[in-house]
Design a binder for this molecule. Structure first.
Ligand SMILES: [Zn+2]
Length: 277
């Protein structure tokens, strides 16, 4: 199935998101980061534009943009609810650039100096991707990258790699499953391997591991840790924990400060985490 083709619970899953086509001049938030400027190019009118409550979408074909708008607004609500966030800390809109022609995408990716095999990527609050991808892209990469740029709205700081990737992996499984009405929560994200990347190396990582099999372990373990924090510990305390970490606390110290009733030492936390799956 394509994105959002199911009928049940459609209203709750973003079906009401209106896609109102507008002109570049009329967009309420035209501020772009460097990557967005590059994607927009010299002539903004070469793109079509639309706005939803939280997103500005730049596209070529309305049908594709409609699907993405629904998915993005649905994820926004799901992520806000998973974070138990009452306020959005970002006063701008996320800009999504939906490329239509592979040759335009290749040219952009080259200029942006991104790996050419990438079918989509996010940078700060902006998202860039090639439209009309096969379904595994819709369920995986697109959802993952949308999550990154929405997470940035609630935590507009530098986020440690494991936490950023772990949250994107967790939510892309969780929110997509809910978007399609097929569950989510603790059952989501079963698509990866054993998730046994050493936790101290995970917490300290500032770069992806060199080895490809380590990379998938890194993602799977990051997602497992985030899933544990959100679904097994206390959803309400996840965002306070994240805020402590982005303010500079070590993960170990943040855990003991945020869950003093649950763990006396970090070893207690590690034991609970190991037992959880
Ligand atoms: Zn990512």
């Amino acid at each position: 199935m394509g994105i959002g083709s199911g009928a049940t619970g459609a209203a709750a899953r973003g079906a009401d998101t209106p896609l109102v086509e507008t002109t570049w001049e009329k967009i309420t938030d035209k501020k772009l980061f460097e990557m967005g400027e590059l994607a927009l190019g010299k002539d903004p009118n070469a793109w079509r534009h639309a706005e939803t409550p939280h997103f500005v979408i730049h596209y070529r074909k309305a049908i594709d943009a409609k699907k993405v708008a629904r998915q993005a607004e649905f994820y926004y609500q799901q992520i806000k609810s998973d974070l138990q966030a009452t306020e959005d800390r970002f006063d701008r809109k996320n800009h999504l650039f939906q490329f239509e022609k592979p040759e335009d995408w290749q040219a952009f990716v080259k200029d942006a100096e991104v790996q050419e095999w990438a079918a989509g990527f996010s940078s700060r609050s902006e998202l860039f991707f090639l439209s009309r991808q096969h379904d595994s892209f819709a369920t995986g990469t697109l959802a993952h990258e949308i999550t990154h740029c929405i997470f940035h709205r609630f935590v507009p700081h530098r986020i440690p790699m494991w936490l950023n990737e772990g949250f994107a992996e967790f939510e892309s499984g969780n929110a997509y499953a809910k978007f399609k009405g097929i569950g989510g929560g603790a059952r989501a994200n079963a698509r990866h391997g054993p998730a046994k990347f050493p936790i101290q190396r995970l917490l300290a990582a500032t770069e992806y591991p060199d080895d490809r099999s380590d990379v998938s372990e890194f993602y799977a373990t990051s997602a497992r840790l985030v899933r544990f924090l959100i679904t097994k510990l206390d959803r309400k305390r996840f965002l306070p924990l994240v805020n402590k970490i982005v303010e500079g606390a070590k993960f170990e110290d943040a855990v003991l400060a945020v869950y003093p009733d649950k763990f006396k030492t970090f070893a207690d936390f590690e034991r609970a985490y190991e037992r959880a799956d």
